[in-house]
Design a protein around this ligand. Structure first.
Ligand code: MEV
Length: 323
């Protein structure tokens, strides 16, 4: 095959942030805005990259130089994904890669992990290499760790498997949760957050209060397990209440902000079953679990306090080859 386009969804964490970095579970759903990556064979062993969304154009590297020296921020995940793939599955030809995102990289929907998954899946398809989802996860998660050093891999799992997943650190457990709906309102704070900075801030707090923070991680894990059971039986008010518990513990970890809290409380006051931040905190998005009857009021309340409501489908299909 000479040319192929692969797409993968973004993600929203429903519960379990931060604790999932430390061997606890989380719940994540794949969102209907996707990353698209087109891969074309080149005659020489070269990576060419066009990623206009992240301001990378006309980028070229020989395969021998991959991962060496300074790499522009917007090229890191793709370059190391190619490097990790060809270390396992040597390539004779080069590849031109073009990425396009349906969502802003500002939202925290996981554009980097989605593009990493697309690149590795695309290289496998382009070269006729058989790659199970487990192997795809392994290579993509390694790439994420190579670039940012930290992370649970939940975003990689959401990009690959899609749907809504119960996930434990590093893919120890990846279990689909059968849901035919997930009534969420998503609000963007307008503030871009940096995941690694927030993970580090929590780690510093944990160094000062090891037992307290470990106890919080355990309680977050218990809350995730209870929410897992509630979601399976569509017990939305209970799931919402558990999201509120989780938000309280994320406040304790110090990752919520005034803006997130204002949006979360506005959503609850407008009748949401539950509301919390989604992702690392510090900005990005909040989510509110809301009945069809309160959805409009919840959206208006979030907008009133300065949030931007993002209309996004959830529980969508994972990585796929585009026709
Ligand atoms: C970031 O979206 C969620 C964190 O739990 C990090 C991770 O799981 O990789 C903070």
């Amino acid at each position: 095959m000479e040319k192929i386009t692969v797409s993968a969804p973004g993600k929203l964490m429903l519960l379990g942030e931060h604790a999932v970095v430390y061997d606890r579970p989380c719940i994540v759903t794949a969102v209907g805005q996707r990353m698209f990556v087109t891969l074309e064979s080149l005659p020489d062993p070269l990576l060419e990259l066009e990623a206009a969304d992240v301001k990378v154009t006309g980028y070229k590297r020989s395969f021998a130089e991959l991962g060496v020296g300074e790499i522009p921020r917007g090229a890191k995940f793709v370059e190391l994904a190619v490097k990790n793939f060809i270390e396992k599955h040597p390539l004779k030809n080069g590849v031109r890669i073009t990425t396009r995102s349906e969502f802003s990289s500002l939202f925290g929907f996981g554009s980097s992990s989605a593009s990493t998954v697309c690149v590795i899946k695309g290289l496998a398809e382009l070269t006729g290499t058989k790659l199970s989802n487990k192997e795809l996860f392994g290579l993509a998660y390694k790439t994420v760790l190579d670039v940012q050093g930290k992370g649970s891999g939940f975003d990689v799992a959401a990009a690959i498997y899609g749907g809504t997943l119960y996930f434990v650190t590093g893919g120890k457990v990846i279990e689909p949760i059968a849901l035919d709906e997930l009534p969420l309102v998503v609000g963007y704070t307008g503030v871009k957050a940096d995941t690694v900075t927030l993970i580090n801030a929590v780690a510093e707090k944990a160094a000062r209060h090891p037992e307290l923070i470990d106890g919080i991680y355990t309680q977050i894990g218990n809350t995730v397990d209870a929410a897992h059971a509630a979601l399976k039986t569509k017990s939305w008010p209970l799931a919402g209440e558990l999201m509120n518990f989780d938000q309280g513990m994320l406040e304790d970890l110090g990752v919520s902000t005034g803006k997130l809290s204002a949006m979360i409380h506005a959503a609850r006051d407008a009748g949401a079953w539950g509301a919390k931040l989604s992702g690392a905190g510090g900005g990005d998005c909040m989510i509110a679990l809301s009945s069809p009857g309160t959805k409009e009021a919840v959206s208006e309340a979030i907008t009133k306090v300065g949030g931007q409501v993002i209309d996004v489908a959830t529980n969508v299909e994972g990585v796929r080859i585009e026709p």
